[in-house]
Design a protein around this ligand. Sequence first.
Ligand code: IVH
Length: 674
Amino acid sequence: MTELTRNEAARRAEELRREIEHHNYRYYVLDDPVLSDAEFDRLVAELAALEKAYPDLVTPNSPTQRVGGAPREGFTSVRHLAPMLSLANAFSAHELRDFDRRVRGALPGENTAYVVEPKIDGLAVSLTYQNGEFVRGATRGDGETGEDITPNLRTVRSLPLRLLQDAPPLVEVRGEAYMSKDAFSKLNARREEAGETPFANPRNAAAGSLRQLDPGVTANRKLDLFVYGIGHAEGVAAGSHHETLAWLAAQGFRVNEQYRLFEDIGEAVDFCLAWQKKRFELPYTIDGMVVKLDSLEQQQRLGATLKSPRWAIAYKFPPEEAVTTLKDILVSVGRTGVLTPTAVFKPVHLAGTTVIRATLHNEDLIREKDILIGDRIVVHKAGDVIPEVVRSLPELRTGREKVFNMPPHCPVCGARTIREEGEVALRCPNISCPARLKESLLHFASRSAMDIRGLGRALVEQLVEKDMVESVADIYTLKHDVLARLERMGSKSTANVLGEIEASKKRDLSRLIFALGIRHVGERAGKVLAGRFGTLERLMSATEEELTAVPEIGPKIAASMRAFFAEPQNRAVIARLVDAGVNIESTAAAAAARPLAGKVFVLTGALAGLTRDEAAARIELLGGRVASSVSRRTDYVVAGENPGSKLDKARELGVSIINEDEFNTLLGARSQQP
Ligand code: IVH
């Protein structure tokens, strides 16, 4: 890129912002992208580079801000321009007809029409736009005042940062932020693997993600948004709710496409009941349908009670629950080694499918919910997707039910399971456990670990599934002819991968420590530990006290290391890595251990504390060399009592002359390792 003047940069930045937001809109709102991800990323990278060069060009609504800004201390409260009311509920077709009677009773002789739309199960948000710019986003709070979550809402990709058409001076838009079923189940799977408590449903997940002081966390949570109304507006011309929805869509908002307009309440009720059955097909959860009187002028005349408008009602779906019998509890091992108990029950129909099993998350939960094998249990689907046991029905027990305990050994490989302090999850510590092997291999080969290019997921999956490797050490015995027969492995790529594997044997100990995948031991800990212990043997024999004595190494890391090295299967893998010729020494520690490497010494005169031989031995131990005569290549002349002519020669050549004290300091350098 040629140098731009500031003005040119400002113009280009604005152009890029419009372009990026346009493509963002096509992708996240219209679901109709025209650019490839790479092309899109290039635009964002160009804008980011401009903003880096000219920091004053960064605007609050620049698309670069969608990754989340700096964490905040707390939330400030904001007063809504108009109160955010909630909806009255109807739980049956009968109650919906009652609502219609009340509405028509208040509007005698008038025509009425209703818009019916899905009730999204998320979190109500208020979005304020001034002259078309997104200036503030808030939670509902108590309806009068909410919390300012503007930076968090900016990370929601389907939220327009600028309105598309001639902007009104001020508009407060209302909508529902939510998490899709897919994002919810992925997030929970990640949380369970990490030993964290999963969210109960997508609504909690959305609320927890939006109320983060660090917007960077929100940005990673894949939230979405539907808008369904206007709270306060100056300069918006719409006479009806359906026109409002059309106006919102034209401004770039995501409006739920499932809404329908009805003149007859009977048809509106049928529509609600149809969605009650169909709701599980949607990629997001809805907990009912909202019926709204269409005419804004009629809405105004009907007004509201303190809590809710008289012109709208929520038809709430009955919760999907079923009763069945718990036949057994099975334990599975996840890809990172977490053991998860799963309830297996008599098949029941639930939220659109037949279900026979449900996660029980962990042992604590089984105790809390008082669940015994053989119990009658109530099951539901969290967020319509994840089957869960809601509760047991102890009053129906026969006395033949059995208490369940988590196994002391991994059901897949037999290693003794561990539960870390303060964690609910039980884990298998064996990196070669078949349940964990793929992830262990991928981690081992990853860039910051052993950096083996070409050993990616496609190859790892084949190696594990074809039983070609049983541990990370086995990659060092792979042969060209068998590897070349795998899918997508030509002779050339096989040779490349084997070359990479061979080269990885020379990696530093710090990388190997990280590559082993010891829980809590990251890249940084790998470096610190390698520097401090120097070799893998010394690290493996270090006690917990010796480990915690190292700066930056806390009790959590130390305990995890001890558990890891105590596991016989892990020790066997390490022995095989050593046999294969993998380097188990630290170059940093080696350098620190040989601080006098390359230095040439000449000794003259008598030292008080060391004989000449002892002094020479110490120098050599630290990597230095002792010469018999002084030359230009001499680094130090050590002068003791009664030095000889070597001292004169040193002076003549300008070689450094040190006394016994200075010499001792040099020798002491060894104890100054990191
Ligand atoms: S209209 C005056 N429409 O349901 C009330 N609300 O108690 C205006 N919700 O938390 C609400 N989908 O955020 C409306 N299509 C929809 C909705 C919806 C979800 C939420 C709303 C509020 C609750 C109503």
